[in-house]
Design a protein around this ligand. Structure first.
Ligand code: ADE
Ligand code: ZN
Length: 338
């Protein structure tokens, strides 16, 4: 099963590039930028990655990303992620970045997007990984700041597929961003939002009804509301589920308690993703293996999850069909063994 999970062609739809900054690269970039970190060693950094809720993680995540200053830093970050997931047979990625986490420190938007975009283009050419780029608004900041960020992004509109909403969920409902999402959608951008990770089912409703999202990030707590589950199924709305993240941030108590199987049984298009793999201890295959083992998922369920990654993506229908055919060819090749 492990080899099957490693080998099956995969899409990743919920990945914060800044959350893929491994401690080794964090140190290397800090050193070349003449910055001092509050950690003595890579081991020391990994030791600090103990969280009891989302905010504990976010504090360390914003501190980590503050070493990123130059175009090359953003390139190296993105390239390291792509090289890593190529080994997991990820063939398509839809990645997030948090521009305000950089522009608020004085790093120009252009520097951030130029570095990321150059690596994504190179990943497409050299690794065969197709991509979409999604810019997230930090929900703990103001609506005004989100509007400014959208404005700053407009010269790069053709490099962006969509917008998202992330950071501290509790106390920052989607409703606060209704207008900026409407403006972004009017510019033809897709919309996604983190909802129902720590926040209540009502935040998922708001993401659907007010932000008019095309996809929900996390969505775990939607399972508390049967009417919401029906709505997600009826809309064919994909959820980007992140098992190891959920465990590390104590959204679930144990992996055995993960709602993924209930999501699939209800008919929701649940997808598996890594969120912030440098902080949560695993990339795509590790997330699939963790949840498959804990929930005792069979091969058909794993195939469904691989399919869902593409069904829930922003690829064209032709591209989706080609990816699904690649999965099916892999399954045939792999035969009937475990
Ligand atoms: N930013 C990075 N990872 C996040 C997560 N899991 N939830 C909210 N904001 C985030
Ligand atoms: Zn996330």
């Amino acid at each position: 099963m492990r080899a099957f999970i490693d080998g099956i062609p995969k899409a990743e739809l919920h990945l914060h590039l800044e959350g893929s900054l491994e401690p080794e690269l964090l140190f290397a970039i800090a050193q070349r930028n003449n910055l001092t970190l509050p950690y003595a060693s890579v081991d020391d950094v990994r030791h600090a990655y103990q969280f009891s809720r989302l905010q504990d993680f976010l504090d360390i995540y914003y501190q980590g990303m503050s070493v990123l200053l130059y175009e090359q830093d953003f390139y190296d970050l993105t390239w390291a992620y792509l090289e890593r997931v190529a080994r997991d047979n990820v063939i398509h990625v839809e990645v997030f970045f948090d521009p305000q986490g950089h522009t608020d420190r004085g790093v120009p938007f252009k520097v951030v997007i130029d570095g990321i975009h150059r690596a994504l283009e190179e990943g497409q050419k050299k690794l065969g990984i197709s991509y979409r780029l999604i810019m997230c608004f930090l929900r703990h900041l103001s609506e005004e700041s989100a509007f400014e960020t959208l404005e700053a992004a407009m010269p790069y509109r053709d490099r962006l597929c969509g917008i998202g909403l992330d950071s501290s969920e509790l106390g920052h409902p989607p409703s606060r961003f209704e207008r900026v999402f409407a403006k972004a959608r009017a510019a033809g951008l897709k919309a996604v939002a983190h909802a129902g990770e720590e926040g209540p089912p009502d935040y998922v409703w708001q993401a659907l009804e007010l932000l008019k999202v095309d996809r929900i990030d996390h969505g775990n707590r939607a399972m508390e509301d049967p009417a919401l589950v029906n709505r997600l199924v009826q809309d064919g709305m994909a959820l980007t589920v992140c098992p190891l993240s959920n465990l590390k941030l104590k959204v679930i108590e144990t992996m055995q308690a993960h709602p993924l199987r209930r999501m699939l049984d209800a008919g929701i298009i649940a997808t598996i993703n890594s969120d912030d793999p440098a902080y949560f201890g695993g990339y795509m295959s590790a997330n699939l293996i963790a949840v498959q083992t804990a929930l005792n998922l069979n091969k058909d369920a794993v195939i469904t999850l691989a399919h869902n990654g593409f069904r829930g993506s922003f690829l064209s229908e032709t591209e989706k069909a080609a990816a699904l055919a690649r999965i099916d060819a892999f399954v045939v090749d792999a035969g009937t063994g475990d």
